[in-house]
Write a protein that binds this ligand. Structure first.
Ligand code: ZN
Length: 258
């Protein structure tokens, strides 16, 4: 199929290495489980992890990625600022970004939102019901009025994100909290989707609804154009009439000496 969407799935890939319970759930890493789960003819999927040189996100990789999926948790601080700047620039130029679960605290999400992205949390294997509040949105196609995850980590409000985010999913948790679980943003030419599910000790990235949403989000975030941001000094399109006063280059009326 021509014009496949180039997807890069980035994973911190540390819990899978160090925690037996996580390794059992995701023997090849969460990135590979997500990739297998969203696999389709219109997607060309690549992978990158933190411990690769440049975190697997070289200029060549970033500049050929249409949509970047990001999972991080315990090593946000280890992501080099230079790589964050590279991704930030590319998002503003048009690259889509899907930020999963604990990546709410990633440097790239904080940089793009301009907020702290803090929230409440609790690990008690509780039930979560994600309400689909934008059923006409491309990201929620194939999802009913709501879907449920039987065992999740709780994230609760207040979630410190900017108010220009469009809320796609709203979660209710067994313990009583609510959370904006699916939120879209636009920055520059790029589209961003934050999606809450994905704690490493639960089989979240095998859930068909979660995978359906991520797959939909990839297609929604696909760039319609890539364009560098420049600030050119331009010639007028029309002839500008002469003015009686001379405003000078700074727009200030020139003092005339008498
Ligand atoms: Zn978590």
């Amino acid at each position: 199929m021509a014009n496949k969407i180039k997807v890069t799935i980035w994973n911190e890939f540390r819990h899978e290495m160090h925690l037996e319970a996580v390794r059992k759930l995701y023997p090849e890493g969460m990135h590979k489980a997500i990739g297998a789960g969203i696999k389709a003819d219109d997607l060309e999927i690549g992978y990158a992890v933190l411990d690769e040189p440049e975190h697997g996100l070289t200029e060549a990789v970033v500049n050929s990625t249409d949509v970047l999926i990001w999972w991080g948790h315990c090593a946000h601080a280890e992501v080099a600022d230079e790589i964050v700047r590279r991704i930030h620039k590319r998002v503003l130029e048009g690259m889509g970004l899907i930020v999963l679960h604990s990546a709410h605290f990633s440097k790239i999400f904080q940089a793009l939102t301009g907020t702290n992205c803090s929230l409440k949390w609790r690990e008690a294997a509780e039930k979560e019901r994600l309400w689909n509040i934008e059923p006409a949105h491309p990201i929620t196609q194939g999802i009913g009025e709501y879907f449920e995850l039987p065992y999740t980590e709780m994230y609760g409000e207040r979630f410190d994100i900017p108010q220009d985010g469009k809320i796609i999913f709203m979660s209710w948790f067994e313990g009583g909290e609510v959370f904006r679980s699916g939120v879209t943003f636009e920055r520059g030419h790029g589209k961003i989707f934050y999606f809450r599910p994905g704690h490493e000790t639960y089989p979240i990235f095998y859930n068909p609804d979660v995978l359906k949403v991520i797959g939909n989000a990839v297609r929604w975030a696909r760039p319609l154009l890539f364009a560098e941001h420049t600030a050119p000094n331009v010639k007028p399109l029309e002839k500008i009439s002469p003015k009686e006063a001379d405003f000078g280059v700074a727009g200030i009326v020139q003092q005339v000496e008498l």
